[in-house]
Design a protein around this ligand. Structure first.
Ligand code: GTP
Length: 600
């Protein structure tokens, strides 16, 4: 295909506004998949089907005939998950345009706003599409007005579609051809590739998705990844239609896959620039090594199941390079892993996949963010586990990560939202009304908050939903780090700290959280043979206390008489139960306690 007949574009949308459905329709329209074939071709993973979210981007090339000429349209799917904003920005970097898809009944939502600005910052041509116009509650005129007010997009530029009924779909691809410019790269230049996604295939190894920015790439070329300097031989090059089809070559502006000897997705870094071996080029802007923002300890439920868990983690990490894994030992939980995630939702999806796809059963510690500590003497340390927070050393300052959050909700809930964000130590950055008051309820203001990342945990999302009767929507991007008054909180049993339960909390909340943890421990621990003192300490000082009275559980008490075999059976059963206990000093702690305390 000549370069001026190529278009690279993405669909950006708030979750559930119909991105996958529209992508399927476009694939059907161009004959890439059969009509009525498997729904939502682009969402492949099981969790995605269940949760209806796109976790990892998938991409397809379409051939479309327009006014007697064939065009190659590369549809680059972006992840629809709030924790993946960096990957969204890299996928957009491979495009010259984006379809901005908005549900005509719901209007502009948080992810619409956040994704629009990602695309706008990269100077992409925006093709606005109002979808779901078939719904009785759709108000495309009002949403078009809103697009004008919020994004300065002329109302008459908005396409109107129903990805469900097919209405208006014939206008979409012609609009892409007309409004999105062809890729501008230099066909004669040294080859320069943008790697924007990679996935692991059981048969082919790591498949890298690239846009050829300049020059071209062929099977047999030697390529170097600019970020690491590692060099690979290209064994296969091709396009995704949407299945991989080898073409032997990709030219300037084209999007496709490259297979090299890379074994692990970790070596294929999203956002990296690739060039020919010994032909270095100027790197493409925006590369960031993947950075974990939320950490948690993950331990097998049964003590002896470590190897099975390790194997499951290995398999899962092959498919998701954004997860950081290190071995970790806890006094209370034994051998396990400290895992780093892009965000809390990413962690949840990972844990769900670990259970559903790999049958693992785990205990996780309360998630924590990375903190930077200024120590006396000018030293700075970063901690990814609250139990690394030094005690007995003077800590001069603690710095925590924040996020720049975009929230949209109806105006009448604004007061409640501001209260929630204030409780979570948020700072209002800006707010704007999404249109005049007579618009639909849902189109209230959008608000920008700087919030500590740590405060998004617990029930933040649930509270946000409930305070706005379900109408609030939320998205975020990484913000700067901020200094805060934070302390280490420990839970002690008979004077010994339970390392897996350590946390970092704000000084003002230490007592409240400490009390709640002590109370939960008292309720869940179950009677022991001797009295147990349960204490919470903040920076080493006791802030809460509970006492558990002694009780001897004699399982054989009911076996009066001399039935030895029955007595033995009961004792064995007691031993079984003990196996699922964790020992802290002399106290046996059942697994449920860890589950319960993580949620406090
Ligand atoms: P994520 O993958 O979670 O980001 O969602 P998505 O934006 O891909 O949305 P998806 O295509 O999964 O559609 C969400 C829901 O809206 C599904 O139940 C679709 O059947 C429905 N839907 C999509 N397009 C239309 C439309 O034009 N009209 C109507 N009535 N429903 C639609």
């Amino acid at each position: 295909f000549p370069q001026d007949k190529v278009r690279n574009f993405s669909i950006i949308a708030h979750v559930d506004h119909g991105k996958s459905t529209l992508a399927d329709r476009l694939l059907e329209l161009t004959g890439a998949i059969r009509k009525g074939g498997q729904a939502q071709y682009l969402d492949k993973l099981q969790v995605e089907r269940e949760r209806g979210i796109t976790v990892k981007a998938q991409t397809a090339s379409l051939v479309y005939r327009h006014r007697g000429e064939d065009y190659l349209l590369n549809l680059i799917d972006t992840p629809g998950h709030v924790d993946f904003s960096y990957e969204v920005s890299r996928s957009l970097a491979a495009c010259q345009g984006a379809l901005l898809l908005v549900d005509a009944a719901q209007g502009v939502q948080a992810q619409t706003v956040a994704n629009f600005f990602l695309a706008f910052d990269q100077d992409l041509a925006i093709v606005p599409v109002l979808n779901k116009v078939d719904l009785p509650s759709a108000e495309p005129d009002k949403v078009a007005e809103q697009m004008q007010q919020v994004f300065d997009i002329p109302e008459e530029n908005c396409l109107r579609t129903s990805a469900k009924s097919g209405l208006g779909l014939e206008d979409v691809l012609p609009a892409v051809i007309k409004r999105v410019p062809p890729p501008r790269g230099d066909p004669e230049g040294d080859p320069r590739l943008l790697l924007f996604d990679a996935y692991h295939d059981a048969f082919r190894g790591v498949v890298c998705l690239v846009e050829v920015v300049d020059g071209s790439i062929r099977t047999g070329d030697r390529v170097t990844a600019a970020s690491s300097g590692d060099t690979y031989d290209v064994s296969e090059v091709g396009v995704l239609v949407p299945e991989a089809r080898s073409t032997g070559q990709l030219c300037t502006g084209q999007v496709g896959y490259v297979i090299t000897g890379i074994k692990n997705t970790r070596a294929a870094r999203v956002g990296d620039t690739w060039h020919l071996y010994k032909r270095p080029v100027e790197r493409l802007p925006g590369f960031k090594p993947s950075k974990s923002m939320v950490f948690a300890g993950i331990y097998p439920t049964g003590g002896g199941e470590f190897d099975a868990l390790a194997a499951a983690m290995d398999r899962l990490c092959l498919t998701d390079a954004s997860i950081g894994v290190k071995r970790e030992n806890s006094d209370a939980l034994g051998a396990g892993f400290r895992c780093g995630f892009l965000g809390l939702l990413h962690m949840e999806v990972f844990l769900q996949r670990l259970e559903q796809e790999h049958g693992a059963s785990v205990i996780t510690t309360a998630p924590t963010v990375p903190y930077a500590l200024d120590l006396y003497g000018g030293e700075r340390m970063e901690i990814q586990n609250p139990s690394q927070f030094p005690l007995g050393v003077k800590v001069l300052g603690v710095w925590e990560p924040t996020v720049a959050a975009t929230i949209t909700l109806p105006s009448e809930y604004l007061g409640a939202l501001m209260q929630l964000c204030q409780d979570r130590r948020g700072e209002l950055t800006e707010h704007t009304h999404l249109g005049p008051g007579r618009l639909l309820l849902r189109r209230g203001p959008y608000v920008w908050y700087a919030l500590p990342l740590a405060e998004l945990g617990g029930d933040f999302y649930d509270e946000l939903k409930s305070l706005s009767s379900g109408y609030a929507s939320f998205d975020y991007a990484e913000g700067p780090t901020r200094r805060a008054s934070l302390v280490r909180l420990d839970l002690m049993l008979n004077g010994l700290p339970v390392d897996a339960l350590a946390r970092v909390v704000h000084r003002d909340k230490a007592q409240q959280v400490g009390r709640a943890m002590c109370a939960a421990m008292r309720d869940k621990l179950g009677r022991q043979m001797f009295e147990v003192a349960i204490q919470a300490t903040a920076s080493g000082k006791v802030v809460a206390r509970e006492t558990l009275k002694a009780f001897r559980k004699n399982v054989t008490a009911k076996c009066y008489g001399g039935d030895v075999s029955r007595k033995r059976k009961l004792l064995e059963r007691q031993k079984e139960g003990k196996k699922r206990m964790r020992r802290v000093g002399s106290v046996d702690v059942p697994q449920e306690v860890f589950h319960a305390l993580m949620r406090v």
